[in-house]
Design a protein. Structure first.
Length: 404
C-alpha cells in the first residue's frame, strides 16, 4: 500500500502505470470519447514530466480515439507531430511505432502516402529483425493496398502478415490478418474459407479480450451471412454488433450495423423495421452528415431505398448521385456495392442510374469479386428486359412493343 501511494504521489512514476491501465481498458472496449478525455489529461502530464517515449505513446492512443470519433484531420496532425518527435529522439523502435500509427491514420484520406510509409517500415523492421513490427507493417500494408484497389497485393500482404505473426507468436496480428483475409474472401465469394478465417479471428480476439477488434469481426460475420442469404443469422449478428458498438462508443460500426438490419428487413419487405433501424442509425450519426466512414454506403443505400419506397424519387436520385460522386473518388468497391444494392429500385425513376451501372459493371475491379459481378449481370439483364419492352423511334416517340 505504501509503495502504491508513493507512486501515485509522483506523476513521473505514475504515468507508465496509468498508460498501461488505459491500454488495458482500450482492449476491453473503453469508449472513444472517454479515451480522448483521459489521453488529453495524460498527455499534459507526459509533456510536463514524462519521457519522449511516454509522450509518443500517449499521442498514439489519442490519435486512435480521435480517428474512431471521425476527427481525422486532428488525428493526422498529431500523428505527424508524434513522428517528428520520435525521429528526433534517435530511438529507432519508437520512430517505427510512430511511423506505423501515422500510416494507419493516413489510410482514410491519403492512402498513397500510407503505402509509401508502410513500405519503408517493412524494410526497416526486416533489416533490424523486428518480426512483430514487420508483421504489423505487412498487415497495415494489406489494408492500404486494398484501399488503393490493388486487391491481389492486399491478399499477399495479409498472408505475409499472418505467416510472420504466427512465427513470432503475435496472436493479435495473426487475428487481424485472419479477419482481413476473411473480408477479401467474402468479397470474392469464397464464403467457406471466409467464414473459417473470420471465426478464427473471433476466437483469437475473444481469447485476447480485445473487444474493439472482436466488434469488427462480428460486423464482418454479419455481412458474410447476409451475402450468403441467411437474413435471420445476419440480423442476429448485426444486433449483437450494434449493442457492443454502443458500449464501445464505435459510432461507425453502430451505424453500419443498423443499416445492415434495415437492409435485411427490406429483403422481406418489412418497411417499418427498416425505418426503425434507420432512425436508430441517425441517432448514432448525430448530425455528422459529412462523415464518410468505412461502409457508409450501407447507410446511403438504406436511405435511398426507403425514399423510393416512400415515393420520394427526386430525393433518392439526388442522394444516389451525390454518394456516387463521393465514393467513386475514394473507394470504387463501395461505389459498386451501392449501385448493385439500390440501382434496381431507381430503375423506373432515374435513367441516369444506368450509365453508372455500365461504368462499374465493366470496371476491372468488379470482375475480381464474384458476388458483385453476379449482381451487375442481373442488373444488366434487368435493363435489357426493360429496354426490350419499348421501341425508341428515330424522331423521339416511344411506343410499346406488341406482345402475344
Amino acid at each position: 500500500m505504501l509503495a502504491s501511494q508513493a507512486i501515485g504521489a509522483d506523476p513521473r512514476r505514475a504515468l507508465p502505470v496509468q498508460l498501461r491501465r488505459l491500454l488495458a481498458r482500450l482492449r476491453l472496449g473503453q469508449g472513444a470519447a472517454e479515451t480522448e478525455r483521459e489521453c488529453r489529461r495524460l498527455l499534459s502530464i507526459a509533456e510536463a514530466v514524462g519521457t519522449t517515449g511516454a509522450v509518443v505513446q500517449t499521442q498514439s492512443l489519442l490519435v486512435q480515439a480521435l480517428a474512431r470519433m471521425g476527427n481525422t484531420s486532428e488525428a493526422i496532425q498529431i500523428a505527424e507531430s508524434s513522428l517528428r518527435l520520435a525521429e528526433s529522439s534517435g530511438d529507432s523502435a519508437l520512430a517505427g511505432e510512430a511511423m506505423h500509427r501515422l500510416a494507419i491514420t493516413l489510410l482514410a484520406e491519403r492512402s498513397e502516402e500510407a503505402v509509401e510509409l508502410l513500405l519503408r517500415l517493412v524494410s526497416r523492421a526486416r533489416a533490424s529483425g523486428e518480426k512483430v513490427m514487420e508483421a504489423r507493417a505487412f498487415l497495415s500494408l494489406g489494408v492500404a493496398r486494398v484501399q488503393t484497389r490493388d486487391y491481389d497485393a492486399g491478399t499477399e500482404a495479409f498472408r505475409a502478415a499472418l505467416a510472420i505473426a504466427q512465427e513470432a507468436q503475435a496472436l493479435d496480428v495473426a487475428a487481424n490478418a485472419s479477419m482481413n483475409l476473411g473480408v477479401l474472401g467474402l468479397r470474392g465469394g469464397d464464403f467457406e474459407p471466409a467464414h473459417e478465417a473470420l471465426r478464427e479471428a473471433l476466437r483469437l480476439f475473444t481469447t485476447l479480450r480485445n473487444n474493439a477488434n472482436r466488434l469488427a469481426t462480428l460486423y464482418n460475420l454479419a455481412d458474410l451471412e447476409r451475402e450468403r442469404g441467411d437474413d435471420a443469422t445476419s440480423v442476429a449478428l448485426y444486433r449483437e454488433t450494434a449493442v457492443l458498438a454502443g458500449q464501445l462508443g464505435a459510432d461507425d460500426l453502430a451505424i453500419g450495423a443498423q443499416a445492415g438490419i434495415g437492409l435485411a428487413a427490406l429483403t422481406t419487405n418489412d418497411v417499418p423495421a427498416a425505418q426503425a433501424a434507420l432512425a436508430t442509425a441517425f441517432v448514432a450519426l448525430d448530425g455528422r452528415a459529412d462523415w464518410w466512414f468505412q461502409r457508409r454506403e450501407r447507410l446511403e443505400s438504406l436511405i435511398i431505398r426507403l425514399d423510393v419506397h416512400g415515393g420520394r424519387y427526386a430525393a433518392a436520385s439526388e442522394r444516389f448521385h451525390q454518394a456516387m460522386e463521393r465514393l467513386e473518388a475514394s473507394d470504387v468497391y463501395s461505389a459498386a456495392w451501392l449501385v448493385a444494392d439500390c440501382a434496381a429500385d431507381l430503375l423506373d425513376h432515374d435513367d441516369l442510374v444506368w450509365p453508372a451501372v455500365e461504368r462499374l459493371a465493366t470496371h476491372p475491379m468488379a470482375s475480381q469479386f464474384m458476388p458483385l459481378a453476379a449482381r451487375f449481370t442481373a442488373l444488366r439483364d434487368m435493363a435489357d428486359r426493360r429496354n426490350s419492352a419499348h421501341l425508341r423511334l428515330p424522331d423521339g416517340f416511344v411506343v410499346e412493343e406488341i406482345t402475344h
